[in-house]
Design a protein around this ligand. Structure first.
Ligand code: PLP
Length: 455
């Protein structure tokens, strides 16, 4: 006989096990455990099919910035569906949501390379597609301007840029590579800029940043600057462990890239739209990228949409190339789909009305203080870090030596399971760090409850 808690025949759980192939899942273990079925959302909480509530400490997947219910976003989608549920933008066609959202994004963008404004926006449906598109734009650009050998892409170990073939190759996580035959040729990775994790004893943040910039330059020189096209970075590395870069890191990295004419792609899929306390992570860390990709909080996750913003230099090259080739043969059926675009427009209006970066800067300061007060001296915690409304609590058996726990003990996985029992949905990452990235609308009282449930 099956155990009492086994999914009932024909229950939602049993049908899930029978039919669905879940993303990021151990499919064998899943057949035993079955799913936790989430049925509805409200504010910073989601509710399961037994009515239990969970505070979402990572806003789902770092995306539900306005929480799990919002009438204005629902209305925006409904209105657009009634008026024009679909039209594409291939060739010389367009529609109002695409035009309005493009203008709004360019108007809110940070400065691109050389302190110039961004020029154009291209839309896709996910972060992976945005980064894949960025790579193809870079390759097309370099072909168009007559340097066809300049194609290699540099990412960082543990960086996360998606899972499609090209974006998955920039991603620097072993689990995304092993058994998928990634990365493909021409993709390289430099070290993770985590001072706590990788600095040598006594090495200052600045000295560590200098060493990492030198490593980047050595790689470019070894491969040949004429063959290296672009460097990808999340301003704050998210899924790879919430890594706040050491002081002066991006200044030094940008100097190396400029010297060898290597483009900087800022992956703002997590950091964009206020997460780090400025509108863009690029503004928090003084980055002037050639390309900026964003997704997730662009629509507060209510519908899938992502964007790639490019500098005027990129645009000019791509425009020339498209004329030579007859067309720029790139685009998705749903690039700039009017319904997600309408939801994104409403999302950006809400961010403006509540002055989201200011709200995050203030409430983020409370979050950072509260995390440290509760966890910094905990005997199982090595480092508490963060900026704005993103942070991490990293486990360690010994703060002084910065040792790590034996992975076989699966402490992070157990912490995550305990959190779930206590009503907080957690995400413990590869470096045994619990990510903290709640909906940006979280209140101070809710921050306290969230952290209490994690303790
Ligand atoms: N880039 C970053 C920084 C991300 O965090 C993610 C997803 O978590 C992606 C890209 C990929 O986005 P998607 O899952 O929408 O393809």
């Amino acid at each position: 006989t099956p155990p009492d808690d086994a999914p009932r025949f024909n229950s939602a759980a049993a049908r899930d096990i029978e039919y669905a192939l879940h993303p990021y899942t151990n499919h064998k273990a899943f057949r035993e455990s079955g799913p936790l079925i989430i049925q509805r959302g409200e504010g910073i909480r989601v509710f399961d099919d037994a009515g239990r509530d969970y505070i979402e400490s990572v806003a789902g997947l770092w995306c539900a910035s306005l929480g799990f219910a919002n009438q204005r976003l629902a209305d925006a989608a409904y209105r657009q569906m009634q008026k024009l549920p679909f039209y594409h933008a291939f060739g010389a066609r367009s529609h109002d949501p695409l035009i309005d959202l493009s203008e709004m994004l360019i108007g809110r963008a940070p400065l691109s390379s050389g302190g110039k404004p961004f020029s154009k926006v291209f839309f896709a449906n996910s972060g992976s597609e945005a980064n894949d598109s960025a790579i193809k734009m870079i390759w097309f650009f370099n072909n168009a301007i007559g340097r066809p050998a300049k194609k290699k892409i540099i990412g960082r170990v543990r960086g996360y840029h998606g899972i499609t073939v090209a974006s998955g190759s920039v991603t620097g996580q072993p689990a995304n590579h092993a058994m998928f035959d990634l990365p493909i040729a021409g993709f390289h990775h430099v070290s993770t800029p985590h001072h706590y994790g990788y600095a040598q004893p006594g090495e200052s943040e600045e000295a560590f940043a200098t060493r990492l910039a030198q490593e980047l330059e050595d790689l470019i020189l070894r491969e040949g600057p004429d063959t290296v096209a672009a460097f990808f970075a999340e301003p704050v590395m998210g899924a790879g462990g919430v890594i706040i870069p050491p002081a002066t890191y991006y200044e030094k990295v940008q100097a190396v890239l400029r010297k060898h004419d290597v483009l900087f792609v800022a992956d703002e899929v997590i950091c964009g739209f206020g997460r780090t306390g400025s509108y863009w992570g690029c503004q928090t860390f003084n980055i002037q990228p050639d390309i900026l990709t964003c997704a997730k909080q662009l629509s507060s996750a209510f519908l899938p949409i992502s964007a790639v913003m490019i500098s005027d230099r990129l645009y000019q090259g791509i425009a020339e190339g498209s004329d030579k080739a007859g067309t720029w043969a790139h685009g998705f059926t749903y690039s700039g789909h009017p319904v997600p675009a309408a939801v994104a427009i409403e999302t950006l209006k809400i961010y403006d009305e509540i002055d989201m970066p200011k709200l995050v800067a203030e409430r983020g300061a409370y979050l950072q203080r509260a995390m440290r007060e509760r966890f910094a001296d905990h005997p199982l915690v090595g480092e508490v870090r963060g900026v704005g409304m993103i942070g991490a609590i990293q486990l360690s058996p010994d703060k002084a030596s910065r040792a790590t726990f034996d992975p076989a003990r699966k402490l992070g996985t157990r912490w995550q399971a305990l959190g779930q029992e206590h009503g907080v949905m957690m995400r413990v990452l590869v470096n045994e760090s619990a990510a903290i990235s709640p909906p940006l609308i979280i209140s101070e009282a809710e921050i306290d409850t969230m952290l209490e449930r994690m303790m």
